[in-house]
Ligand binder design. Structure first.
Ligand code: ADP
Ligand code: ZN
Length: 215
């Protein structure tokens, strides 16, 4: 089974991807996490992408595709994409990749959340820089204030979750990523899930949709 999660920044892709990859034994591939890890490890890739992330702009397709291809080269599990593809060109490349392996995308799950809701969520989101666990100060705070429940690391406000950058990311999403909705609707494997509820209900709804679709 190969799945794609699509939606605004802050629509819950990362949170759902963690739970779903566990539940269905899929390989969770988050380009955002890969880039943030590269930045904190100060690798050549990290240096190349850091300016794009802190400005809320997209990393160039060529770089993203190289990273994806390297990660997938040795992976045999089903795949769960979170934050990729983000442009129509990336989506086309992914289709070619699957076609060359006689595979396909079983479902594209669009997490439908209002723009105002994602802006509010991103502002109160805190992230663990070590294990990438995601918190929300209002709806899912850590047990100990400011510290990750899973690993004890100090939580951070992501550089790109600052108000000016949030606005840029929303614009970039509308301009470059939203066209993927029409792209995937045309392919027949598109599923829309209301993403405004609590994370557990959203997971249940995704699981139900996948079952109905026989994925
Ligand atoms: P969110 O979905 O909350 O914006 P991500 O962690 O998916 O967060 O992405 C963070 C940043 O990483 C993006 O703003 C962009 O700069 C970069 N990025 C991640 N995935 C891609 C991609 N597929 N193509 C281009 N840039 C990407
Ligand atoms: Zn942690």
């Amino acid at each position: 089974m190969n799945l794609i999660l699509l939606g605004y920044p802050g629509s819950g892709k990362g949170t759902q991807a963690s739970v779903l990859s566990e539940k269905f034994s899929l390989f969770h591939i988050s380009t955002g996490d890969i880039f943030r890890e590269a930045i904190s490890a100060k690798t050549a890739l990290g240096q190349e992408v850091s300016g794009y992330l802190s400005a809320g702009r997209l990393v160039p397709d060529k770089l993203v595709l190289d990273v994806i291809k390297t990660r997938l080269a040795t992976e045999t599990r089903g795949l769960l994409f979170d934050g990729f593809p983000r442009t129509v060109d990336q989506a086309r490349e992914l289709d070619d990749y699957f076609a060359s392996r006689s595979q396909g995308i079983d479902a594209v799950i669009f997490l439908d959340v209002d723009e105002e809701a994602v802006v509010a969520r991103l502002g109160s989101r805190r992230t663990c820089p070590k294990c990438q666990k995601i918190y929300n100060l209002l709806t899912s705070p850590p047990v100990k204030e400011g510290l990750c429940d899973a690993c004890g690391e100090k939580l951070i406000l992501r550089e790109d979750d600052k108000p000016e950058v949030i606005r840029r990311r929303i614009l970039v999403y509308k301009d470059q990523t939203e066209p993927l909705v029409a792209y995937y609707k045309g392919m027949g494997n598109f599923c829309m899930v209301k993403g405004g509820k609590d994370p557990e209900s959203v997971t249940q709804e995704i699981a139900a949709v996948l079952k109905i679709k026989n994925v």
